[in-house]
Design a protein around this ligand. Structure first.
Ligand SMILES: [Zn+2]
Length: 242
């Protein structure tokens, strides 16, 4: 009976670090274990720049409120959005650029597999090219080698997780999914942001300016700041699987 449990689900149950989604893959969940200049009130905002456009309202809000964020950025987004890229690079004190891949292909391996409609990698070599291609452009732009990787859709399989870690990257999970790919209505994003607690890692998206993400952040960030929360980037923190 025990042996009939698929290995991935068993691994996820044993580690407590991830939930099965879908059956052959895992969505990584993390909290902040600690942050530099340690404060019990540390919270991390992570924004994915997948493909698509530049949500200047969201980034302008963070700049105006001096709220730092970790940006998981793809080569694809950078090529499409030179203006947005320049704004991010002009604020290295606020924005930590990390690896979200070259072409925004999910970090799962298997011809015919799809995650949220996106086709998976056909083999390990393609996965490695996706990870290293994203890292290379971040290194070129910032002079800094990324420490974290987050795959498109944030779903992984056992082989991809091992490969990413063996390339030297920490897989960045999250604990609060604020906008479900910038698809949620404003009220839902507001409610999710209001639920943020110390040590949470929030995921949201900066590639869909037509969505409600920017408006929701503008509404809730002042509340979170007034609660005494201190926003940190992942480069200033250690992660704890949750
Ligand atoms: Zn993405």
């Amino acid at each position: 009976m025990f042996r009939s449990i698929p290995a991935l689900i068993l691994a996820s149950l044993l580690s407590g670090a991830a939930s099965a989604n879908p059956a052959w893959g895992v969505e990584m969940h993390d909290h902040l274990a600690s942050a530099a200049g340690s404060s019990a009130n540390a919270v991390a905002v992570t924004l994915d720049a997948c493909g698509g456009a530049y949500d200047s309202d969201l980034i302008d809000t963070l700049i105006a409120m001096r709220v730092p964020a970790t940006i998981f950025i793809t080569k694809k987004w950078i090529v499409r959005n030179p203006v947005g890229t320049a704004v991010l690079l002009a604020h290295p004190d606020l924005f930590d650029l990390e690896d979200h891949g070259a072409a925004h292909v999910p970090a799962v391996i298997g011809a015919g597999r799809r995650v949220y409609g996106l086709a998976a990698e056909p083999d390990l070599a393609h996965l490695e090219a996706e990870v290293s291609g994203g890292a290379e452009i971040v290194r070129t732009l910032t002079g800094k080698t990324p420490r974290y990787f987050r795959g498109a859709t944030a779903v992984y399989d056992q082989q991809s997780m091992q490969a990413i870690r063996s390339m030297g990257y920490t897989i960045a999970g999250f604990s609060v999914n604020a906008d479900a790919g910038a698809t949620l209505p404003r009220a839902t994003i507001v409610a999710r942001l209001r639920s943020v607690r110390p040590a949470d890692i929030v995921i949201a998206h900066m590639n869909k300016p037509g969505g409600a993400t920017a408006e929701a952040f503008a509404a809730v960030l002042p509340e979170l700041l007034s609660r005494g929360y201190r926003f940190v980037t992942l480069s200033q923190a250690q992660l704890l699987p949750s």
